[in-house]
Design a protein around this ligand. Structure first.
Ligand SMILES: NC(=O)c1ccc[n+]([C@@H]2O[C@H](COP(=O)([O-])OP(=O)(O)OC[C@H]3O[C@@H](n4cnc5c(N)ncnc54)[C@H](OP(=O)(O)O)[C@@H]3O)[C@@H](O)[C@H]2O)c1
Length: 276
């Protein structure tokens, strides 16, 4: 039964909560100086663009990679170019022990984690009738298990610190049945992490914010493949894929104090793909 007006009139202890002690100048709000940001899938594509955005804004960054060890020189490059601390760490997000260990290593090396970007993902885009069960399990292990493991272990860090900020890279494919290539498993893995992130935003309300980014097609290794490219250009109102430089501002906003009142949101950035 819903509450009566009299029930809702009772004052709850500690409410309203105080406004945050953040700058009022919006450019100051966007500064990341003194903050530590961890990015999975940080060697390339969207993840590296996010790491670069954080470094450009003055943040220290930990680039997590699985197979692409360019992350090591790219971290060194960010540190030199932006006078920040940066390092690369190897971990397979589908292995809970590696995730737990790498998060501990980052805390030892950097002292804390302010923002964790759970961005690693993969796709084997096939209809379910053509997909092997191993391919299904592989996508689940990276896109779903990987995000759950990262959230579980970094969430404990956030709780112990008393602060934190998780950003999950989902996809517009969480909201639409992406065409023309049937890829029900990939779509569903992304729907899982979108709802998981929203649910965490409530669970972690006392100590951390959680938001989701849902990109449309971006020109990376996971962007539109040959079978989907023409349809990607047709469906996107802007007539093209996104360039990764065009997603940096959104992650910076969500990572920074500029978004201090934002939690549980799912932000679509798709060039208008899902409009028609
Ligand atoms: N590009 C798009 O059109 C698009 C659209 C919607 C959503 N997304 C999402 O955006 C995210 C980033 O993709 P991207 O477009 O930037 O493509 P990408 O450059 O291929 O990035 C994918 C990243 O995931 C990492 N990864 C894969 N399996 C992993 C594992 N088992 N453990 C740890 N890391 C793993 C890869 O790391 P290594 O290379 O080091 O192995 C790689 O850096 C993904 O979650 C993807 O689903 C992309």
């Amino acid at each position: 039964m819903s509450m009566s007006i009299e029930d809702t009139g009772k004052v709850r202890d500690g409410f309203p909560r105080p406004f945050p002690n953040t700058p009022s100048n919006v450019l100051e709000q966007l500064r990341m100086n003194g903050k530590v940001v961890v990015v999975t899938g940080g060697a390339d594509g969207i993840g590296f663009a996010v790491a670069e955005a954080m470094a450009e804004a003055g943040g220290d960054v930990a680039l997590l990679y699985n197979s692409n060890d360019k992350a090591i020189v790219r971290a060194q490059g960010l540190a030199l170019a932006h006078n920040i601390k940066a390092a690369a760490f190897k971990a397979d997000v589908s292995d809970p022990n590696q995730v737990q260990d790498v998060i501990q290593k980052v805390v030892v090396e950097f002292g804390k984690i302010d923002v964790f970007v759970a961005n690693a993902g993969m796709a084997i885009s096939k209809p379910i009738l053509e997909q092997t069960l191993d391919e299904y399990k592989k996508q689940m292990s990276v896109n779903v298990d990987g995000v759950v493991y990262c959230a579980k272990y970094v969430g404990q860090v956030f709780k112990d610190q008393g602060f934190g900020n998780l950003i999950i890279t989902s996809s517009m494919s969480a909201q639409i049945v992406n065409v023309p290539v049937d890829q029900p498993v990939y779509n569903a893995t992304k729907a899982y992490v979108t709802h998981f992130g929203k649910s965490l935003a409530r669970e972690w309300r006392e100590f951390a914010r959680v938001n989701i980014v849902s990109p449309g097609f971006f020109d990376t290794k996971m962007g539109a493949g040959p079978l989907a490219l023409n349809e990607a250009y047709r469906m996107s109102v802007l007539g093209r894929q996104g360039h990764v430089k065009e997603i940096k501002g959104l992650y910076l906003y969500l990572a920074s104090d500029a978004s201090s009142y934002q939690t549980g949101s799912d932000v679509l950035i798709d060039g208008g793909y899902v409009l028609p």
